[in-house]
Write a protein that binds this ligand. Sequence first.
Ligand SMILES: [Fe+2]
Length: 352
Amino acid sequence: MAITQTVTAPAGTLRLSADRPSWTTIKCTPMHATFGAEVEGVDFSKPISESVMEEIKSALGHYGVLVFRDTGMTDEEYVSWGERFGELAPADSRRFPTKNLGDPSNLYLDGSIVQPGELRWYMAKETALFHVDTSYDARRARLTSIIARQLPPPGTGGATEFGDTRTAYDELDEETKLLLEDKVGVHSHFHSRRVALPNFPTFAALDPWKYPMSKHRVVIDHQGSGRKNMYIASHLHHIDGMDEAESSRLILKLRKKVEEPKYVMKVYYKQPGDVVVWDNTAVVHRAGGNEGEGWSGKHVRDIRKWMVYDNTPQEWGLNDRGTPKFLAGPIIQAKHDELYGKEGKVYDFDED
Ligand SMILES: [Fe+2]
């Protein structure tokens, strides 16, 4: 394959298997026929040059998901690296001091593991559904990254699965593509909780219609590749202006489409320091869940993350620029406290 100095993203509906670009410094090994790559050639122990950053951004535009093994980055280095992709979405954890580092682990402040029956256990269930991060916000994030710090034992699960929404869109029937052309999706973080656990009393008591939702076009132009992408998620509550039943059927059809095994790949974290970066405007993702003996409720899964705002003309979707972030979490917590009291545990709920 010819080595090229250019790092511009490939145009049109280029498929990885047909014509793969290459870069001067980094080496990308595809993880799937149509998306995802493992990247070698980045020395995270030294300052990373601007030209290497440009190669990484270009590769991310092409592949949608990049995996970097055993980076050795500290939390501070990891967040500084994230800042080079764009403006980080604010995030704070009381578990570690680094600013703008989010905590999607299964740990409490005292190091204990989230257990069945606890609200956080049920809150996390929505992550098992394919979604894009923060589509329920007026200002959406484009990139998400995770760094592994402490992993459950091999064979117990804890992977992240990805769905290739660009290729899934390409392979939709023409009638559906036409239908989707000008459609606007309306997203809610209450909705995805209810989709994951429809009968969980706390979630059932909160009607998404009563809270702010955010609007983003269903079909978007992916800025990193020039391809079209289907911007869908478990947060997608309804299609603006469409009959409710028809809208629900269409959303389900699109979600099922990207769940077809040919569009899905699984990324395993192999050791602490492994880093995954993905583009929420090119792929969907979900928690890979338990495998074998399982890890949830038993083993530490300490992962940390940053997110970068979209920084494209589509960043605010059809929402007013400057709309403040709406937080569903505190409202859910308050409803849960109201229903279950201070202890807040729900052991009598059959989640299956
Ligand atoms: Fe997520």
